[in-house]
Design a protein around this ligand. Structure first.
Ligand SMILES: [Zn+2]
Length: 103
């Protein structure tokens, strides 16, 4: 069976998770179950972005997989910033770093 992977989160960009689901609606449902509970209606500001590059992964996407998919991920430098390749972020030894790390 082929997986369909999605990056799902709130439109403010925090707390996104990777979800395997057949449809966009199912991906949003899975996110809502995870963070809000199975009895909660899916909030309107949830975004589910299809990430075909993740379909072939055997495990959950790692930080570098979020970056190469054009998304952001928490910097491994411990600074609390998000790393993304759109800015000056980079991948070192398979881990994501923001523009200011490592230093
Ligand atoms: Zn950093």
């Amino acid at each position: 069976m082929t997986k369909k992977m999605w990056a799902v989160g709130e439109d403010d960009g925090e707390g996104w998770i990777a979800v395997s689901a057949d449809t966009e609606a199912a991906a949003k449902r899975a996110y809502t179950d995870e963070w809000h509970g199975a009895d909660v209606k899916v909030p309107g500001h949830i975004i589910a972005q299809r990430v075909e590059a993740w379909d072939a992964l055997t495990g959950a996407p790692e930080g570098k997989d979020w970056l190469t998919a054009g998304l952001s991920y928490l910097c491994e430098g411990g600074c609390g910033s998000m790393a993304c390749l759109d800015g000056a972020g980079k991948i070192i030894d398979g881990k994501p770093y923001c523009e200011d790390c490592p230093n």
